[in-house]
Design a binder for this molecule. Structure first.
Ligand code: NAD
Length: 325
């Protein structure tokens, strides 16, 4: 129903900005974009979209944002890479106010469908101690021992979505995103995640001719990274599906951080001396997405090769950095 009003909360951010662009390209006409950041800092802005600056931790702001909307995407959260979430647990937990007030407003306004962006950080940390990981399946979130701060907030908010669906009939859909990357996202300032941070460091080394790079941890920690196009495709498929339980949306292409650096060095055509900062935040030792459920329920899994997505991400960050210079 392309004429329905859609709210994208967190539209000034990385995934939210891409989601608005994608909804427009699909022909949705009535989109309301909301973010707490000043408009000049939004990654993507669209003149045909009603855009406003609101702090969605406040209930009144959520009422204003949700009014008239039939579909809500909650992508607003205080968030960042390991360097941010390990040092800002209280701030991360305050995002619970955003989802709580959005759900309450959705209930009041008879919202038809509500999306919550959860995270692989909800998974029990005990299952992520070995870099030779067993990929995480949805059931591994319980018994609960998620990432402190950020992960607990996500798990609680997932649970709240479930009970608002069961008790009040709001059709909630919950994605557990695994490390999303791509152009038009954070690559500096302390909130950036590994793919963007490594691109930035490699580009800095290339431009400054200082051929060394600092890597957080020993570089042996493993992860999977999902390109933004796959994230959007999975989000739409989930929203249109009958899948009511939280679902992994993540790539299952596992790499170590050292291998990720290899890829970026290769794209940049450079080889760097690696310095390992063993006291920097590095997160769990290993994490991958088990995609059995998404394949069974949606008949698809994220499939953009890491090298292809990193190529596009690197080019965008390179353009930003050289333009600034
Ligand atoms: P982002 O930081 O680029 O975007 C989040 C946006 O939310 C920001 O623009 C921020 O200003 C906004 N925001 C924060 N607090 C707000 C408030 N009180 N009111 C209004 N806006 C507020 O992050 P992202 O990568 O686009 O992530 C989007 C969502 O996906 C988040 O919920 C995040 O936790 C989740 N997620 C992202 C990843 C990833 O790898 N990027 C992985 C798992 C989950």
């Amino acid at each position: 129903m392309k004429s329905e009003r859609i709210l994208v909360a967190g539209a000034g951010g990385f995934i939210g900005g891409h989601l608005v662009a994608d909804l427009l390209s699909q022909g949705y006409k009535d989109i309301r974009a909301v973010d707490r950041k000043p408009m000049r800092d939004w990654y993507q802005k669209f003149p045909q979209v009603e855009s406003s600056r609101l702090d969605l931790q406040e209930q009144d702001a959520c009422e204003q944002a949700v009014k008239g909307a039939k579909v809500v995407y909650n992508l607003a959260a205080d968030m960042g890479g390991m360097g941010f979430i390990e040092l800002n647990k209280g701030l991360c937990m305050l995002s619970v106010l955003i989802n709580t007030h959005l759900l309450l407003s959705a209930k009041k306004n008879n919202v038809r469908r509500f999306f919550f962006a959860s995270s692989a950080c909800v998974y029990n940390v005990d299952k992520q101690r070995d870099p030779n990981v067993t990929a995480l399946k949805e059931a591994d979130a319980y018994p609960a021992m998620p990432e402190d701060g950020y992960g607990w907030e996500k798990l609680f908010s997932e649970r709240m979505c479930r009970h608002f669906r069961e008790d009040f009939g709001i059709q909630t859909r919950v994605a557990r995103y695994h490390n999303v990357y791509g152009p038009n996202g954070t690559y500096e300032g302390g909130r950036e995640k590994a793919p963007a941070a490594i691109c930035r460091k490699v580009i800095q080394a290339k431009l400054s001719q200082k051929h060394s790079i600092e890597i957080w941890g020993d570089g042996k920690q493993t992860r999977s990274f999902m390109y933004i196009d796959d994230c959007l495709k999975g989000t739409h498929m989930l929203m249109r599906s009958g899948v009511i339980e939280p679902l992994n949306i993540g790539s299952s292409e596992l790499v170590s951080i050292n291998q990720l650096v290899d890829i970026v060095e290769d794209i940049a055509g450079i080889k760097l001396k690696r310095k390992y900062n063993l006291s920097a935040p590095k997160g769990v030792n290993g994490r991958n997405s088990d995609n059995t459920l998404i394949k069974a329920r949606l008949g698809w899994e994220p499939d953009t090769p890491l090298r292809d997505g990193m190529e596009k991400t690197y080019r965008w960050i390179y353009d930003q950095m050289t333009r600034k210079k």
